[in-house]
Design a protein around this ligand. Structure first.
Ligand SMILES: Cc1cc2nc3c(=O)[nH]c(=O)nc-3n(C[C@H](O)[C@H](O)[C@H](O)COP(=O)(O)OP(=O)(O)OC[C@H]3O[C@@H](n4cnc5c(N)ncnc54)[C@H](O)[C@@H]3O)c2cc1C
Length: 259
């Protein structure tokens, strides 16, 4: 079984994330890592391949060429190879353009199964898998907390607000896994050393048959017009610690009936 897992390099979560005021895009120049939600998808891909006894797990990504540094974590976990679409003309791709490029890269691989994480921790859209499935004309199941693949079909337990759905579909299919599905393994030292030698193909838009006019800013349907910080709620009270700050905080909370 050939399994493609879509993975994304994201800025490290934390207070230092910022939007570049010049481009109105996320500043991706600081520390970066593989999107944590994608680790569940990589883990599941490896488990399914190993249970099937044959096949391969291919990591597929759209991003800057330096994204390979993060993608190698998936190879270190046990994925077989990586395909990164990286092209200056793809910079500024919104959801529509990103889904088009990824769908073309996936078409070139023609996998039996396409796995996604539930969301990316930078943009948090939790929707890309649906757009890709639509382009590939494949069925999609999201929020999967249990998964079984047998005889060319998939049965999945899907978490919902009110309980669970059990859904069955045939292959090929797109699946977005919940972070409750499994516990991603830690890469072993041997895995980390071996990852460097696994095939890592960096492809241009032309290599995957993408019309550059449909990627990047040119191919995006949305434009960020402006950004501004949230308005201050006002009425803040600053407590300086002159020895009785704890008492002052307690008085503040008691006054508002919060303790
Ligand atoms: C105007 C505009 C300009 C933008 N410019 C850029 C830009 O220059 N560079 C940039 O990185 N982003 C850019 N973005 C953000 C980018 O469009 C989104 O990251 C992308 O559409 C995916 O949405 P998401 O991150 O919310 O993913 P979600 O829908 O939350 O992700 C679901 C799953 O999709 C997978 N996934 C998400 N993104 C990728 C990817 N690129 N490759 C492989 N798998 C992926 C992951 O498995 C993830 O778990 C821009 C967005 C807008 C609106």
């Amino acid at each position: 079984m050939k399994i493609a897992v879509c993975v994304k390099e994201v800025p490290d979560p934390g207070p230092n994330r910022r939007i570049d005021p010049g481009t109105l895009r996320m500043d991706r120049s600081g520390d970066r890592s593989l999107n944590a939600y994608d680790l569940n998808a990589v883990e599941e891909g490896i488990r399914l391949r190993d249970a099937a006894g044959d096949g391969e797990v291919v990591l597929v990504s759209l991003g800057a060429s330096k994204a390979l540094d993060s993608i190698r974590k998936g190879l270190a976990m046990g994925a077989d190879r990586a395909v990164l679409v990286s092209d200056e003309a793809a910079v500024g791709s919104d959801l529509v353009a990103t889904s088009y490029v990824l769908a073309k890269a996936l078409e070139a691989e023609s996998p039996d199964l396409v796995l996604f994480g539930q969301q990316a921790s930078d943009a948090d859209g939790a929707v890309l898998w649906a757009a890709v499935a639509d382009r590939l004309k494949m069925p999609v199941i999201s929020q999967i907390s249990e998964l079984e693949v047998a005889d060319g079909s998939i049965t999945a337990k899907r978490q919902t607000e009110f309980g669970y759905d059990r859904i069955r579909t045939s292959l090929p299919a797109v699946l977005a896994v919940a972070d409750s599905l499994n516990e991603p393994r830690y890469p072993s030292l041997k895995g980390i050393m071996g990852a460097k030698k696994k095939p890592q193909d960096v492809k241009s838009l032309a290599d995957v048959g993408v019309d550059a006019a449909r990627a990047g800013e040119a191919g995006s349907r949305t434009t960020v017009i402006s950004l501004s910080p949230p308005e201050s709620r006002g009425g803040n009270q600053k407590i300086e610690d002159d020895g009785n700050a704890a008492q002052q905080i307690l008085d503040f909370l008691v006054e508002r009936k919060l303790v």
